[in-house]
Design a protein around this ligand. Structure first.
Ligand SMILES: Nc1ncnc2c1ncn2[C@@H]1O[C@H](COP(=O)(O)OP(=O)(O)OP(=O)(O)O)[C@@H](O)[C@H]1O
Length: 610
């Protein structure tokens, strides 16, 4: 049996992957089988979040005992194929050739072009220094905004760098002050424009999902409130809302293109993107190309979180290319001395310049939840330390349920169901939406016994019985696609409520409406039958929970190890908790998860470094 057939038979390929290989075979019957199989795997690689297929790592694609071609011979066969281009790294690949072989990786041409164009776009932005600011004149405000600036405060360093440069990458875990820093640095940009007698900068705030955009705007509003005492006029000039990246770029119905691109750039002077780890390769490429010459691009994110579901790990590649952030190149350190005092100097400026600052100190004080030591152990993949912390019970607000595999039995049932029952008592949509963010059951998988879908069905039955209406009062809904028509986005959470009278009684015949946050009154009603694609939301996958936070999180790991369990998945899941974390797992599965990185095959770091 051919390699291609073996892969298709054992379920390693989607129909679309197989169809690509078959089309190549139809066009040229002499196409060697390893080339056809690699073409199908390059297509499958995208579905697994990679930008390309690495012939040296085919084992990840099939659990069957396959006699894989030797990697070097496989690459040579690919390089000789008429379907595979081997272009100069800076040049576009021939549009007639569906595949590209570059540095040993096999790409679908389109994805190689996204990578090449993204690297080119980031270099373009990094190379454009904004007009030099008058740092002496800004120094008093800077010192008021960042009182610790001369003591090595990284928030101050991030803001100072953004004054000099067009590209800034501010990374850090939850609560390290990314949004606070952005509010202050935007205030500095506005102050600088005032000093220059120029119009205030046009600022766009955006995030990959609607929920993340809402959270970004909310955090920025709070940070802006704190600025008020410093200089009231500045705070008022900051944007009050954030949009999704799709909306910012202007999606075109039934098209992967956007209204804004390199030819029709965005009309902004500063574009701030939160939750950058969730942005995939095509979207980041399109965003970067739409950033006009001379504008600033500021990316915020946490590289330890799960990479985007689609092809990517873009943030990690940019972070790697930006290099360490301990020191600054000597000329930059010299220029920033009036603001930051003496700084360590680093010899290698990196291909993107000194564009990255990693915020290390956590500021979010919640006495009820002491997550930082556990998050650090998980991030480092230190299973011994993580297990010791979990078993010791010494972390406030952290509960470890070792070997509990069914969250709807025993202690799990007691922890979870009462909070959701409270939703059935809710009458007011705003109150219900507030209750909806109290608690979430997060799973690693969507399907299967411990997947979000079957758990939702069981929770719904426990709450409303087996003969429940689909949209019962108090049911939580999760939107699973973006709909600009509705203003509802993938990841948005709503709650179903039946209209009730003053005494809290059901009004006979009153319809059930699904309420979502937003709109003038803070909540918008929709008829459930008119909603875009959606499902239950009492339980959801860690992937879907990215960009959201909940007071209490129950993170359930599966009974058995699964390929996509990783330390990034565990880290992302547990850092969704604001006040209380329950983690249910066996030692073996937790160890396996922490031993694995959600690594993605990508050539972006190389392209940016080269
Ligand atoms: N330099 C600082 N001094 C004191 N408090 C700070 C400082 N920076 C941030 N904080 C506080 O820490 C909390 C978290 O800050 P912020 O929301 O900016 O973090 P974040 O990194 O954007 O978090 P997340 O990733 O969860 O959105 C806020 O309450 C903020 O007021």
């Amino acid at each position: 049996m051919s390699l291609l057939d073996a892969l298709f038979r054992d379920g390693s390929l989607r129909t679309v992957d197989h169809a690509l290989a078959q089309a190549l075979r139809r066009l040229d019957r002499d196409t060697p089988d390893p080339v056809l199989a690699a073409a199908a795997l390059a297509s499958q690689a995208i579905a697994r979040g990679h930008a390309a297929f690495d012939p040296a790592q085919p084992q990840a694609y099939s659990e069957a005992a396959i006699d894989w071609p030797e990697p070097q011979a496989w690459r040579e066969a690919l390089a000789q194929s008429r379907w595979v281009a081997t272009p100069d790294p800076q040049q576009p690949a021939d549009a007639e050739t569906p595949l590209v072989l570059e540095r040993g990786l096999l790409y679908l041409r389109r994805y190689r072009e996204y990578e090449r164009r993204l690297a080119q776009g980031l270099r373009r932005i990094a190379a454009q220094a904004p007009p030099p600011p008058d740092l002496q004149a800004l120094a008093p405000l800077f010192a008021a905004l960042f009182p610790q600036a001369r003591d090595g405060d990284r928030q101050a360093r991030a803001a100072a760098l953004a004054l000099l440069q067009s590209l800034l990458l501010a990374t850090g875990g939850p609560g390290t002050g990314k949004t606070t820093t952005i509010a202050r640095l935007l205030a500095l940009l506005i102050a600088q424009a005032r000093l220059d007698g120029a119009t205030p900068p046009r600022i766009a705030l955006a995030a990959p999902t609607g929920r993340a955009a809402e959270r970004m705007a909310e955090s920025l509003r709070m940070a802006t409130g704190a600025l008020q005492t410093l200089e009231p006029g500045l705070a008022a000039a900051l944007p009050a809302s954030a949009s999704t990246l799709h909306r910012l770029l202007g999606s075109v119905p039934d098209s992967a293109r956007f209204k804004h691109d390199a030819v029709h750039p965005l009309a902004y002077d500063a574009i701030v993107v939160d939750e950058a780890s969730m942005v995939d390769l095509p979207l980041m490429c399109k965003l970067v190309e739409a950033v006009p010459d001379g504008a600033r691009l500021i990316l915020l994110g946490d590289r330890d979180q799960l990479p985007s579901v689609e092809a990517g790990d873009v943030l990690a590649a940019i972070v790697d290319a930006a290099g360490e952030d301990e020191g600054l190149p000597a000329p930059v350190a010299e220029r920033l001395r009036p603001l930051l005092g003496e700084l360590p100097v680093r010899a290698d400026p990196g291909s993107l310049g000194a564009c990255r600052v990693h915020l290390r100190r956590g500021y979010r004080q919640t006495e009820s939840l002491d997550l930082a030591p556990l998050a650090a152990a998980v991030r480092a993949g230190d299973a011994d330390a993580a297990l010791a912390l979990l078993r010791s019970g010494e972390l406030a607000g952290v509960h470890f349920h070792e070997d509990l595999h069914d969250p709807l039995t025993g202690v799990g049932r007691e922890a979870l169901l009462p909070a959701w029952r409270a939703l059935s008592e809710a009458r007011d949509p705003l109150q219900a939406l507030a209750l909806a963010t109290r608690l979430r059951l997060l799973t690693a998988l969507r399907d299967g016994g411990q997947g979000a879908a079957p758990l939702n069905a069981r929770i719904e039955e426990a709450l409303a019985g087996s003969h429940r209406p689909t949209y019962f009062h108090g049911r939580l809904l999760l939107i699973t696609e973006n709909s600009y028509r509705h203003g509802l986005f993938n990841g948005d959470i709503g709650v179903c409520l039946r209209a009730r009278d003053e005494q809290g009684r059901d009004v006979p015949g009153a319809p059930v409406l699904a309420w979502f946050a937003g709109g003038a009154g803070g909540a918008r009603p929709f008829h459930p039958s008119a909603l875009p694609a959606h499902g239950g939301a009492f339980a959801m996958t860690v992937h879907k929970s990215q960009g959201s936070e909940f007071d209490s999180v129950w993170l359930q790991l599966p009974r058995q190890d699964a390929r996509h369990l990783s330390r990034e998945l565990v880290y992302t899941g547990l850092t969704r908790a604001r006040r209380e974390l329950h983690l249910a797992a066996s030692e073996a599965v937790l160890r396996q998860a922490l031993s694995r990185h959600a690594a993605r095959v990508s050539g972006l770091a190389w392209r940016l470094g080269g």
